[in-house]
Design a binder for this molecule. Sequence first.
Ligand SMILES: [Zn+2]
Length: 360
Amino acid sequence: MVKTLAAPSKYFQGADILKDLHQYVGFIGEKFIVLSDDIVIEIVRDKIRQGFQDTQASWEYIRFGGESTQAEAQRIVDIAKRDKHDGIIGIGGGKVTDTAKLVADMCGLPVVIIPTAAATDAPCSAMSVIYDEDGTFVVSKRMKKNPDVVLVDTQVIAEAPLRTFIAGVGDAFACYYEARACRSAGSMNYIGGLGTQAAYTIATLCNQALRENAVEAKKAVEGKKSTEALEKTVEAIIYMGGVGFENNGCAIAHGVYNGMTAVIKPFHAMHGEAVAVGTLIQLAAEKIDRAEYDDILGFFREVGLPVCLEDLGVEKVTDQLIMEIAQAGCTVSPNAHKMPFKVTPQVLYDAIQVVQERSR
Ligand SMILES: [Zn+2]
């Protein structure tokens, strides 16, 4: 099978770099759509103004409709065509940036992704999650290419809610373990080939950077000030986690997350929080050495990540609920079957029981 690697064309990261925005996106053209929402635009408006000051470029703020739907993307495509824009800049959380990716894919314009929190590893990927009008998941769609620019202002990230940051650590932490599983199973990545040595090294480095910096970085977010540890952690979450998962593939950690969202209603946990518990479930299914497991469990506790289903807001954890999650984990997505051994509902059920037991 062919080995393959895909990544955003350009990646910029630093404190307050939004103030120099044009310097990083000016190569695209002179007329931009800024897709965001009223809360986020208030936070970044002054920086964007400054970023376009004394340049020929102009930007038009378009208020995001609130849901990443095909119709919402079409609405923005129509505006982009009517007003002859050169590029789309999506600023905010996952739904805004996913819509920006979809708009760009539909009308063939370059896209700039500016995440305002490090809550997931999605920004660098070519994936866009589409929902219907009432917020029900429809499909996770691959764009023709990865974003042209991903720009991360780490001061904006430092000022985002702490919970989003911790969830981001949880999402990215899964990357290495899922990469390791896919590699030993010879499973395909999201590009449609096998992971390269570079991709696996990125996943490995992601894990190392999180272990070395995430606890210190948490203090930076608490103090709302970007630091070196925060910079390293943000790069691990957004760049290494993003390029890492897309180019290596996902496994049980995300498969069981998919199962949880199908079974636990209402689902209040953030993506990365549930993926963190999913990672522990994967490690239990892999029957890794107990000392290694406890070491990771200790790291999760230090960061403030959830370590069992109760931590994800499930009030009453029953054997039946665990079996339902295990069954959904095997059917809702193909992720759980990327492992180097056969994964059945019983395998996941037993692993979840181990994780529950060890969290006490
Ligand atoms: Zn994820």
